[in-house]
Design a protein around this ligand. Structure first.
Ligand SMILES: *Cc1c(COP(=O)(O)O)cnc(C)c1O
Length: 357
């Protein structure tokens, strides 16, 4: 497919790299592509970043038929730009697409267009330590129609946002609230898709947790309220007796790429890893008998997020004395070193972005 390019006339003002937050600033250009049953995905174009004008009846606004991805481009120590496992994000986008009846994209073509987009906006890839360019590919249902069925037309877009260091003052462990009252996703539902509905489902429980002083919610399975699922923006891993234990991918949790990177590294280092169902009661008893060494989350935004406290049924457990455990630190260092080109990449994870002159 041809990729049309329209450049902005004047560039926006570049932000100060040392003052970046998350997801508030967007670059000069975006990628757009449309789908119709007659033409399939067509009209692929990079053009100035601009609002999308929608009919108020547009289906995505009413029935939530939408999917997205989240990945980053990193500025390496030698000034080059690279992506981390972007093929996985493209494949997962298509997996999510299938679950909400959205037509599949050509993964290779979209990755090609993404690289071109980043190279055009390369001045926006920040240089300050641990900053990056966050990438948000999204597909939304576009039919102006008030009736429940899959849309016939879609818009795919990719926007870019320079983001700051997640831990500007060093690793900051999080306090997590475990709920047996609210649920995020159920097997046979959408838990495995990166789709806005899962986030909408998590908001109320997360607000309740915030009022109680917790930053995140740890979701349990929606049927028995016993099995650990994930944190909703992160997967969760436990270190018990030197072994890494994490819930298996069985349809209600998202297959995190950071999760997979942690498990791959652990196996590479001969650290025992088990993907198996784990109950909240097992975590509580492992804490009581002293075998629970660490808990941490994994996700693109924070990479690794150590957990310092876990609240469950009125009890608050302090994990690893409230400090950052050695495993969390080791995975964080190894993954970010590969992402920023400070270490060899034995797994073929990084993909360079060819920069335009
Ligand atoms: C994106 C996401 C994650 C983390 O996935 P990564 O690929 O590691 O960024 C975990 N859980 C949910 C629900 C997510 O949407």
């Amino acid at each position: 497919m041809e990729l049309k390019i329209t450049r902005v006339k004047t560039s926006k003002e570049l932000p100060d790299d040392s003052k970046l937050g998350f997801g508030q600033i967007f670059t000069d250009h975006m990628f757009n592509m449309d789908y119709t049953p007659e033409s399939g995905w067509h009209n692929a174009r990079i053009e100035p970043y601009a609002p999308i004008v929608m009919d108020p009846a547009t289906m995505v606004l009413h029935y939530g038929q939408a999917i997205f991805e989240g990945l980053k481009a990193y500025r390496t120590t030698n000034g080059k730009i690279q992506l981390f496992r972007p093929d996985r994000n493209m494949a997962r986008l298509n997996r999510s697409a299938q679950l909400v009846c959205i037509p599949k994209i050509d993964e290779g073509f979209v990755l090609h267009a993404l690289k071109k987009l980043i190279s055009m906006d390369k001045a926006w890839v920040p240089k300050a330590p641990e900053t990056s360019l966050y990438i948000r590919p999204t597909i939304v249902a576009m039919d102006p129609y008030l009736g429940v069925r899959p849309s016939h037309t879609y818009r795919f877009f990719i926007i870019l946002s320079p983001v700051g260091a997640y831990y500007p003052e060093g690793f900051n462990p999080v306090k997590i609230w475990v709920t047996d009252q609210y649920v995020r996703a159920v097997k046979g539902g959408l838990g495995e898709a990166k789709t806005p509905a899962n986030y909408a489902a998590s908001l109320y429980g997360a607000e309740v947790a915030k009022k109680a002083g917790y930053t995140q919610v740890l979701w349990l399975d929606a049927v028995e309220h016993r099995y650990i699922e994930e944190v909703g923006t992160m997967n969760i891993l436990f270190v018990i007796n030197g072994e890494i234990v994490t819930p298996p991918l069985k349809g209600s949790i998202l297959a995190g790429i950071t999760r997979d990177s942690v498990l791959t590294l652990a196996r590479h280092w001969n650290i025992p890893v088990t993907e198996r169902p784990i109950t909240i009661n097992e975590v509580i008893s492992a804490h009581k008998d002293g075998s629970l060494q660490e808990i941490f989350g994994s996700g693109t935004a924070a990479v690794i997020s150590p957990v310092s406290h876990l609240a469950w049924q009125g009890e608050v457990l302090t994990i690893a004395d409230g400090r950052v455990g050695p495993m969390a630190q080791k995975f964080y260092n190894a993954i970010t070193d590969i992402q920023y080109g400070r270490a060899e990449d034995p797994f073929g994870w990084v993909v360079p972005v060819e920069e335009e002159e």
